[in-house]
Design a protein around this ligand. Sequence first.
Ligand code: GLN
Length: 534
Amino acid sequence: MTKFIFVTGGVVSSLGKGITAASLGTLMKRRGVRVSIIKMDPYLNVDAGTMNPFQHGEVFVTDDGAETDLDLGHYERFIDERLSYNNSVTAGKVYSEVINKERIGRYNGGTVQVIPHITNEIQESILRVAQGQDILIAEIGGTVGDIEGQPFLEAIRQFSGRVGRANVVYCHVTLIPYIAAAGELKTKPTQHSVNELRRIGIQPDIIVCRSQFPLQSDMKDKIALFCSVSSDSIFQALDEDTIYSVPISLQKQGLDSYLLKRLGIDNKADSQLDDWMEFLERRANREEEVEIALVGKYTSIKDAYLSVNEALTHAAIHNGVKVRIRPIETEEVEEKGAENVLAGVDGILVPGGFGSRGMEGKIMAAGYARENGIPYFGLCLGMQAAVIDFARNVARLASANSSEMDPGTPNPVVHMMEEQKSVDCLGGTMRLGAYPCKLKEGSKAYRSYSETSEVLERHRHRYEFNNAYRERLGAAGLDITGIYPEKDLVEIVEIPSHPWFVGVQFHPEFLSRPLRPHPLFRDFIAAAKVGKTR
Ligand code: GLN
């Protein structure tokens, strides 16, 4: 039967609970255990689709088109499994399900309450993902003590009664702050947060302590004493210079064996982490550096382009170079001119985005890359910007001069299709999730993807390349190298006469993995590296 690891957080948010959960996943997977991860977010949004990147960072998209919390991206990168709609549960989703059931009379006239109806629904959503797995890891968003989180904590408390206490591990991730004036690490906040957990009936089995400095054994003893755990179930997560070191550091402390033993999983396999270690070594041994301009609207927010940053890092490590990101606000390109903010970079990347603000700056960035032979990678809106630049400045289509990207008045070369307009959902339906893309033989994309004819990539967008302009743009030198066959939609454009100019209508960043960089990111960085030495 499936065993369960519940990860909660104490003291403060942003502790790296997601990375801890993901790392547990890596360690279990590398012992040959079948594992999946689920994120439970106490907020009332049904999904992350409508959330502003300024507040919540990037929206991660799964194959089946779920718009989820960015932690799902960490999970996929760390356990190298494709997750889906069911791996992301929010309070909003749970409540709307319960309310729907109430409306169709499923509760037979009973009073519908948080306990047991909401808590049961939460447990059902955990069991749904557990099928076919040896271990399911569930991370509870937020911090213990939050009002919103209580139904989730209550649900995971009850859960051990349902599946047996021996089949459940509660792992509490907490902060051990360093008080500079006293020159000491302090365990008190951890004691308080464990007390808070115990107040609602959860006794943690494992405590993972985030701290700036190593914990001495007397500190571990103190935490053990106050929190009723043994010292050997206290693990440390020191600040690391890369998140990818966390699984290794936890493995060195024996966390994987501890978990397996505690869950009664008979597993004698050694953990297979050699390739992961090699990846870290390659990462540490890089000297040369390429500089990539990231031209976006949320560049001041660390997590807004999380998967893009990770994909660039994976690709750079693969190419043996470091990548320095020059964050450029699109409006700065408009105000100061492309030359003044982009000069000297080795590559230009325009990521996805929504709304008309800053669109002109993205078009200018694409034009600057095109004219100066600088490697260009356009993702979704970044491809659309490249197409508009090309239509205006190479094909000289007067109709491409409008740059409005809002519904109702889209740019003619990148438009909303008629069939989308009929559904009024925040201004038209979105194409979400994985769609096949057929590649043109001999193109850069075709070569990048090891000469396969069809690939599957994830989407999140409304507008499409307008096929009415295909021939005119093609005649002017824009090569269409990827097509979604069923609807004949343009997925990839390239400029063959340029060293490396590729725009994609999808989001390749979601499929990049540390040990398997996305082929297009890999070759974009390779081109930036070549350009540098030319
Ligand atoms: N706003 C554009 C569209 O909806 C691009 C979306 C994106 O970049 N993800 O088509």
